[in-house]
Design a binder for this molecule. Structure first.
Ligand SMILES: Cc1ncc(COP(=O)(O)O)c(C=O)c1O
Length: 372
């Protein structure tokens, strides 16, 4: 990489800082010979549960599995409808489909970019059993409203917290508003492993025991199956690495918020849509996403200056191939469609330097100056 380039995400800087502790964890792992669902996983479950303020945590193989197993444990069955936001990463919808349920896509609120409570209410039918709300980009959805609608309509509520480690609203963490909070430890997340991993946090001990069985083939003990489950277990090495990182998560999230504040100040007054961030929402800025009609022009301008950006997500879920009916969309979600056309994610990670960020801000200002 050209030294002047600013990568969208550079995990090597974080790894350098942690290399010594990782090496110690690895040598412990080699000596002890516990590979899967051992003491490191149990400790991570305890520590991450406490971090979220939940009562139980169940480590699984990925964020997608956290969603899938939660849907199964909550009794979602083929034929049931599950409502989710039209703008998210594909796995939100994939998990619903893998559970055999019918995903129903509801529009987002254009300011929060998360599920609109109004759209959720409109989509509830006699077959709706569950809502999966996504805290997109690390910004909490409108949980008081959404939890109220779920309760009123008798829906199970699952939170997709894959992008929301450390986010909270009104002092309540992501993942503790519904029955199940589903986290991903995919390497790029605010708390990322060195491979796949995930966890479900919950306040319901019965649900937690059901999830523990479901992640382990559906076993009730070593030799007995209670039902047909999955092989979806978290391994010891990933858990050991995640525990080392969990201790830093709050400090890393503070740095993310500081960088977000610098972006908001530096980009104020430009014709760009900026993330909505009020004091009640402890946004964890997994991504810093701006909006602009000519998004691709801005992206090219930044790329020419060595600044990498990304787009999350160019295709809303209801327009993804498997969800088209005879090649046509089965519903319209205009806010999600407009947002997907306009979004651009700028580099934001704890190890991004102020100088690098200043260069990014300068490059964006120069784009608009040239247009004037
Ligand atoms: C919003 C969202 N949901 C679910 C997932 C799935 O997580 P995983 O990749 O760990 O399966 C991701 C991660 O990519 C995500 O961003």
């Amino acid at each position: 990489m050209n030294p002047a380039e600013i990568p969208f995400l550079d995990l090597s800087r974080q790894n350098e800082e942690l290399a010594g502790e990782f090496a110690a964890a690895f040598s412990r792992f080699m000596q002890e010979g516990n590979f899967i669902l051992g003491p490191e996983v149990a400790s991570l479950e305890e520590e991450f549960t406490a971090y979220c303020g939940a009562t139980a945590g169940v480590g699984v193989a990925s964020g997608t599995d956290a969603l899938l197993l939660s849907l199964k444990a909550l009794g979602i069955e083929p034929g049931d409808e599950v409502i989710t936001a039209a703008l998210s990463a594909p796995p939100t919808a994939v998990a619903i489909s893998l559970a055999g349920a019918q995903p129903v896509f509801a529009d987002i609120d254009p300011v929060s970019r998360c599920l609109s409570p109004h759209a959720l209410r409109e989509k509830v039918s006699g077959r709706t059993r569950c809502a999966v709300v996504v805290h997109l980009y690390g910004r909490m959805a409108d949980m008081p409203e959404i939890a109220g609608i779920a309760e009123e309509c008798g829906l199970a509520l699952i939170e997709d917290c894959a992008q929301a480690h450390g986010a909270s609203l009104l002092g309540r963490a992501a993942g503790t508003w519904g029955q199940a909070g589903c986290y991903s430890f995919y390497p790029t997340k605010n708390l990322g492993a060195y491979g796949d991993g995930g966890m479900v946090v919950t306040g319901d001990d019965d649900l937690a025991s059901h999830l523990r069985s479901l992640r382990d083939y559906g076993r009730t003990d070593r030799d007995r199956l209670g039902e047909i489950g999955f092989n979806s277990r978290l391994d010891e090495l990933q858990a050991a690495f995640l525990r080392i990182k969990l201790v830093r998560l709050e400090a890393w999230n503070r740095r993310r918020r500081e960088l977000a504040r610098r972006y908001l100040e530096g980009l104020a007054g430009l014709p760009l849509g900026l993330p909505d961030w009020d004091g009640e929402r402890n946004h964890c800025f997994h991504l810093f996403v701006v909006e602009y009609e000519e998004r691709d022009d801005l992206r090219i301008h930044l790329a020419k200056r060595g600044i990498q950006t990304a787009v999350h997500y160019p295709v809303p879920l209801h327009l993804q191939e498997p969800y088209l009916a005879g090649g046509l969309p089965s519903c319209s979600c205009p806010a999600a469609e407009r947002t997907a056309r306009r979004v651009l994610s700028l580099p934001l990670y704890p190890h991004l330097s102020d100088e690098e960020q200043d260069r990014i801000i300068e490059a964006i200002i120069s784009f608009f100056r040239a247009l004037a």
